[in-house]
Design a protein around this ligand. Structure first.
Ligand code: B12
Ligand code: SF4
Ligand code: SF4
Length: 236
């Protein structure tokens, strides 16, 4: 609703990625509105400046941008990581990479965002809890730490389980890490939703075990690698 209103109000045009764009500000802004009954002068809409560019369409990792600025939300990583509560379909997991909350790829590639100014709003700057961290540390936050660290942030609304689900997928997509494997195993058995993603992430991690490390890996892990390679359930 907000984009067509903003477009009619002359704030920019709706780009092929479906977001509102302005020549100076690019698309790095949110939309908000005031409902008032003052007789203000009306502005004219601006021209659509996308031209022949299709960068957002061709760069979307999951092919979620259809023609005419329509997004297939079921394919969009923003929807999958933020709004979708269930098991992430297998076909999107690799494409999600290490995005654990939302996605901005279609905006990152947009030429109109090249010169857009970075927000000076303090609340949009990186929080201390995200400085010098890694996926293993983020996964190890218990629910109260997650809620405390994300106070006042939109991330808080996805809840702890969904937060962990998204991090688990990112760990599956990460380069081989013995530390990640151990952290993933430590949280197995706590939730059905998480377990189904942990199985997948472990398979992805084990699939890239460097041969020279094989001997130093704990026996439990070696057993798991054998089981996963044979495609058997873990306790078979
Ligand atoms: C649902 C939603 C999503 C969904 C679907 C997005 C989509 N593009 O379809 C998902 C979860 C995927 C999503 C993702 C993101 N979103 Co979002 N999202 C929304 C939300 C809440 C509702 C949009 C919607 O679907 N409405 C329902 C449909 C039926 O309405 P519609 O799309 O506007 O289409 C109807 C109207 O246009 C109407 N219509 C036609 N002409 C006119 C004229 C007038 C005057 C009116 C009133 C209506 C009207 O007819 C259409 C068909 O019914 C809006 C906020 C809002 N309230 O509008 C933010 C919003 C679009 N999102 C926003 C953002 C920032 C994002 C992300 C970048 C977040 C992120 N970093 O991950 C991504 C970007 C993904 C992308 N490329 O779109 C911003 C965009 C800011 C901008 N510069 O344009 C918005 C505006 C939120 C905000 N308040 O700032 N989002
Ligand atoms: S937010 Fe990401 S997944 Fe969604 S349409 Fe843009 S590039 Fe594609
Ligand atoms: S990337 Fe290109 S096609 Fe997509 S919104 Fe930006 S200018 Fe338009």
């Amino acid at each position: 609703m907000e984009r067509p209103i903003a477009e009619k109000a002359g704030l920019g045009w709706i780009g092929k990625h479906s977001l509102l764009l302005d020549k100076e500000a690019g698309s790095w802004f949110f939309l908000g509105e005031l409902f008032i009954d003052l007789p203000l002068p009306t502005d004219s809409p601006v021209d659509n400046e996308c031209g022949k560019c299709r960068a957002c369409i061709t760069s979307c990792p999951t092919g979620a941008i259809l023609e005419n600025g329509v997004i297939d939300a079921r394919r969009c990583i923003s929807y999958l990581t933020i709004e979708y509560k269930g098991v992430i379909p297998l076909e999107f997991r690799e494409a999600m990479g290490n995005r654990i909350y939302g996605c901005d790829d279609c905006q990152l590639v947009c030429p109109w965002n090249r010169h857009a100014e970075i927000s000076r709003q303090q609340d949009f700057q990186r929080r201390a809890s995200f400085a010098d961290t890694n996926l293993a540390v983020l996964l190890s936050w218990d629910e109260s730490t997650f809620l405390k660290n994300m106070e006042g942030s939109a991330i808080r609304r996805i809840g702890h389980e969904q937060w962990q689900r998204n991090i688990i997928i990112a760990m599956g997509n990460a380069p081989f890490s013995q530390n990640y494997i151990e952290k993933l195993q430590q949280i197995q058995g706590k939730s059905e939703l998480l377990d189904s993603h942990i199985e997948w992430a472990l398979q992805k991690q084990m699939g890239q075990v460097p041969m020279k490390l094989d001997t130093s890996i704990h026996t439990k892990n070696q057993r798991l690698i054998r089981i996963v390679k044979k495609g058997l359930p873990r306790d078979a």
